[in-house]
Ligand binder design. Structure first.
Ligand SMILES: [Zn+2]
Length: 405
């Protein structure tokens, strides 16, 4: 399991990452002919491989990734792709397969992990290692983490070989064991004992992704780092005693206090290169807005809404779309945006502000009663907030008591 970001390249995205110039269907273009495989015809084979890999019970612990490793080795052998098994523990094996390029560039590594997290079978509609297809879904542990990537990598290798795609770099495939908390059998072992086998310039794995809308690539996310766990040992001292006379000086009381403090701890926010770039991009949009470049800002906020409709900041983008219309005097349209924030993102940090601005827009439109109603709502629903204070002040200006209703 990886941390943040869009998880899983999925089959299609894994293929899209490679310039597959292959066979069959020909796309029209000016001069340059680009050949594509017949993806529809390949679908049954992809699904078959996906289900085959999903049906191996590799929950970790204990892992038993060797059953996937042996299966993959067999598939590569049959396809004539050189593949090798590497294992620190015979039951926790990794597979490396390699397609040779002309050596002009350094290799590309495509990897997926073959273990999955454990399952509570009672909570599953279908057995978690059945890969049952039902209503357009495939039910199995590992469908989105990470046997989708594993199968995507496998199919990429098979098709590159089958269509004799000329490669200007080696393409290396790695089926990695123990990713879910026991990487000493997988990645750590490969890096420390067999690094030349997987040494590459780039790696495609879970954690980043490519988003296409209507067949057009909109953006690609790149993961540069993951959170790293840090174990802390808390030692408490105190006087022991009999349970009938509980002591406040007991070690467990001190320990509980310490654990509570850890829970309260809010680490300082620091930006690294990746998060810094992300927020600088967002800040540019805000500058366009505050600088009065409304059309540009509107486009950017709309793009944000299209690309990240469920992101925590989507409600913020929706709110600022309202703000642009408000600033331009399009109060009716602004109200639509504020209402969307309230209805679609009820837990958003922008809900109170949206209700407040909706009230102000209503008043601008001459709908004084509707505005007053909204102001009362803000006072009632968000007591103690800045928005409630502003709503109260506005109600006073309007000569309405904020407390009676
Ligand atoms: Zn994972």
């Amino acid at each position: 399991m990886k941390g943040l970001g869009i998880r899983g390249w999925g089959l299609a995205a894994a293929f899209a990452a490679l310039p597959l110039v292959a066979t069959l269907a020909q796309t029209p273009g000016s001069g340059r002919v680009r050949l594509q495989p017949d993806w529809t015809a390949l679908e049954p084979e992809m699904m078959e491989q996906f289900q085959a890999v999903l049906r191996f019970d590799t929950r970790n612990p204990p892992g038993n990734e060797h059953i996937v490793a042996e299966y993959l080795k067999g598939v590569f052998d049959k396809a004539g792709i050189p593949a090798q098994i590497f294992a620190l523990d015979a039951k926790r094996s990794n597979v490396v397969a390699r397609l040779k390029g002309n050596g002009k560039k350094k290799p590309l590594l495509i990897l997926g992990h073959s273990d999955v997290v454990t399952v509570d079978e009672a909570k599953w509609k279908f057995p978690p290692f059945s890969a049952t297809r039902d209503g357009g879904w495939v039910y199995a542990r590992g469908t989105v983490d990470d046997k989708d990537n594993l199968t995507g990598g496998l199919m990429t290798m098979l098709l590159l070989k089958r269509f004799k795609v000329p490669l200007d770099r080696d393409v290396i495939f790695l089926s990695e064991a123990g990713e879910e908390g026991s990487s000493n059998f997988g990645m750590q072992f490969m890096v420390s004992q067999h690094y030349p086998e997987i040494e590459s310039e780039y790696c495609l794995a879970e954690g980043g992704g490519a988003i296409r809308i209507g067949g057009v690539a909109k953006y690609t996310t790149v993961e540069t780092l993951e959170k790293i766990p840090r174990g802390i040992e808390l030692v408490a001292h105190g006087i022991s005693g009999h349970g009938s006379i509980p002591l406040k000086s007991n070690a467990i009381v001190h320990l509980a206090g310490a654990v509570a403090k850890v829970g309260e701890w809010r680490p300082e926010i620091r930006f690294n290169e990746t998060t810094g770039s992300y927020f600088r991009g967002l800040a540019q949009i805000m500058r366009d807005f505050t600088g009065g470049k409304y059309d540009l800002a509107k486009q950017e906020f709309s793009d944000y809404m299209t690309n990240f409709p469920t992101n925590d900041l989507a409600s913020n983008a929706q709110f600022y779309l309202g703000e642009i219309d408000y600033a331009q005097g399009n109060y009716k349209v602004a109200i639509v945006s504020y209402t969307k924030v309230i209805a679609q993102y009820p837990r958003s940090f922008k809900v109170a502000a949206s209700q407040l601005k909706k009230a102000q827009a209503e008043i601008k439109l001459g709908n004084k009663q509707a505005g007053i109603r909204d102001l009362h709502e803000v006072v009632r629903k968000y007591p103690g907030s800045d928005e409630a204070r502003q709503a109260q002040a506005r109600l006073r200006e309007l000569g309405v008591s904020a407390t009676t209703r």
